[in-house]
Every structure is written in structure tokens, then in C-alpha cells.
Design a protein around this ligand. Sequence first.
Ligand code: ATP
Ligand code: MG
Length: 453
Amino acid sequence: MTDKLAAKTDKLAAVKGMNDIMPPDSAQWEWLESKVRGLMGQYAYRSIRTPIVEPTALFVRGTGETTDIVEKEMYSFEDRLNGEQLTLRPENTPGVVRAAIQHNLTYDGGKRLYYMGPMFRHERPQRGRYRQFYQLGAEALGFAGPEVDAELMLLVHALFSDLGLRNVRVELNSLGVPAERQAHRVALIAYFQQHLDLLDAEAQRRLLTNPLRILDTKNPAMQPLVQAAPQLLNYLGDASLKHFDTVKTLLTACAVNWTVNPRLVRGLDYYSHTVFEFVTDELGAQGTLCGGGRYDGLFELLGGKPTPAVGWGMGLERVLELITEQGASLAAPVPDAYAVIPDAASLPRAMHALQALRAAGVSIQMHAGASDGMGSMKSQLKKADASGARYALIFGADELAMGAVAVKSLRAVPAGSDAAPSLDGQPARDSGTQAKRMLNAIETWAHTLQLRP
Ligand code: ATP
Ligand code: MG
């Protein structure tokens, strides 16, 4: 065991396939997260935070024993302190449903929920595929009607429009109810058995355990076989068809384009009725941005009362990558001002002033010196310039004594920049207003200290 641990002086690196998100990129994540929170509020979805670690049995039962996730992608381990079998969540629908059952969340009616957070899957790391990745998910629990299926897809559509994403298509299918799937399954197995020689090893293995998933194959050689396979849509009864038709009608009424993909089955076991994916061709092989569907049977599978439910999960790395791919960029955040403090003896008064200015809404990066002092004026102004701040606030001892601060403009406002749109379509921060606010804050500060009348 110990020989596998790095020697004390070795450099440590992050686990393969798990990324650090650092400035300036972290600003883009926060921007995306705030967009999501705003939108979820508009649709009256409330956040739920469940643990990252869950009992392994939750995913074996919930996600499904014969899925890729459970067969080969889970980070599972035994807690050596008490012997419990645990797993880092590979997806969060089972966790949300577990929590809903445990706390009887739907006792007084349906609940609309969302979450954002890390998921873990041991996959081969590549573009758009990581071992720790971030998912946004929305789940509507306790609603049986097709209008909530449509609402959930409208939510994704609205988010993508809000983010300025283009060329994302919506694919739909219906998996009906278990009896319909059973009839289709018999036909599907019979069909594949007539063509055993055309099945690849994985398909042969799945033939009797999960034949529906063969339709999901990415093997190009099997496409002709899969294209001609019996379609589940032809096995749906009137009620299932009506549910599916209503979803389609509502999407059309809300100006969302969709196509039916009869081979869309999704990789998880728990779906029924509507399933859907939002797909782009601009991210190579990892083009599925969001996938979801109805999972009316999952509550019972996890020991709860029968409760209809529907939801989706979205990979946030892929969303950010598509934003970049389509040419949008977010300016790195800069402070309004950089505080230059020529003399360390001025620090008590200067730092006190900075507190007041920040409380008044001015963002300020303070110069930090070396152990032997604050450094020359020249080097401080160089740092001020490099910070990107529009102003340097110079806290000279003489000025401070008078309750004054020298304000030096570091960069001219580029022509028209007041109105220049930033990534989120809002006009860039108005620097005229910014300057006024800062000067007001300085006035107030001086006045409060009674340094000036
Ligand atoms: P894929 O077919 O790409 O493996 P999936 O069907 O396994 O996707 P879901 O379980 O439906 O994916 O997860 C929802 C979304 O999460 C996906 O559409 C994708 O955007 C994202 N996602 C899934 N796995 C990863 C991963 N390993 N790294 C980054 N994002 C991922
Ligand atoms: Mg996968």
C-alpha cells in the first residue's frame, strides 16, 4: 500500500480525467451557474442538494445492473471503517428519488427540483468525457401528465437560447409502458436471433439481458441491422401514443423544433414514455449535451410508493465547450480599482478605507508587498496596470492624512465600450457610473472619518 503512495517530495497531480477549474475559466462557470439559477427560478424549480456518496445498491437498483454505468464505470469502494459499500454518484436521479422517498417529499403534491454538481464515471478520458464532470439536472416528481415532459424540454431550450447556443437539435422517442416494451422485446430478440452472425460481442451479450440497448449501439457496422429492427413505436397502445402526441404538440406550439428518433432508447434502465436528447454535431463524438425522459417506475424500484416522474441531466463541460466552439467568449473579470499603498506605515488607515469602499460596492484589488515593505511606486503601478483595473487608488501618506486618495485613470474607456455587449448580452459595466460611484464612496469615507467636512 505505502509503496503506491508518492514519496513525500514528489509533485502530486490531479487524478487522471479529473480537472481543476481555475481563474479565469472559473468565471465562465459562475456565469453559467447564475444563468441556470435565474432560469430555474423563472420556471419555479427549486434546488436540491444530495450527498456525493451514496450506497452502491442505489445505483445497482436505480441506474440498472446491465447499464454501462453500473457494469464498468462506477467508483465503488468499501468504507474500511464500517464495511459499507459506497459509490461516488455517477448520476443524480437515483439520489434525488432516494431523498424524495426518505423524506416523503411529494406527500403534499408534485415537486420540481434541480441540482448542479460533480458526477463520477470511470471512462476513458477524452474531449467531452471526463471522470469527474459536472451535471445540471432537473427532475419533476409526482406529475403524470405530458405537459411536464414538455415543460422540462422547454427549460433546456430556453437555457440554450439564453446562452446563445445554435444548432442544437431535439430528438424524441417514446418507450411506452412495461407491457408494451415486453411485446417489443420479444419481437426484437426474435429479429436479432435471425441475424446472430451480424451481432458484435457486446450485442450478443446484451441479447437476452437488455436487447433494447442494442439499438443504442455506436458500432457503425451494426447500423443497417439496427435501422431495420422492429420499432418500439409500433408497439405502443393508444394511451402511450396520446401522451407522446401531446408532448410533440406542446413543443411545436412553443416553437421548439423536434424530430422523432425511433432508435433513441437512452442508456439507463428506468425510462418509460417520453425520452429525449439535445444533440449537436459541433463537438465531435461527444455531441449529446442533455438527455432525459420519464421514469414512472423508479420510485417503486427504490422502495417508494408509485410516483410518476420525469427529468434530464446535462453535461456542463460540453455546454461550455460548445459556447467556446461557437465563438463566444467571456472577458476575464477585473477589479474596478487597484490600491497602491506606497508606504507600509499607511496600511492601517488605507486598509480601513478599502473596507469602506468595498462595502460601498467598489471592487478593489489591494497591492501586497514583500516582507521588507510595499515596493516602489513604479512597481506598484505596474502591477496596478496588469490587474486590468480601470483606476489606481493611491493611498499616499499625505493624502491619507487629509482624508484624500489620488485617483489615477489607468486606461481610457475604449470608444463605445459602455454599450459593448458582453457574453451574457448585457451591456458592459458603465465605466462612467462606476467612476462616479467610486468617487462618491471616497467622499463618504472621508466624511465618515471626519477627515474632511
Ligand atoms: P454518453 O452517451 O455521451 O456516454 P450518457 O448517456 O452516458 O452519455 P447521461 O448518463 O445521459 O449520459 O448523462 C447526461 C449528460 O451528461 C450527457 O448527455 C453528457 O452531456 C454528460 N456526460 C455523461 N458522461 C459524461 C462524462 N464522462 N464526461 C462529461 N460529460 C458527461
Ligand atoms: Mg456514458
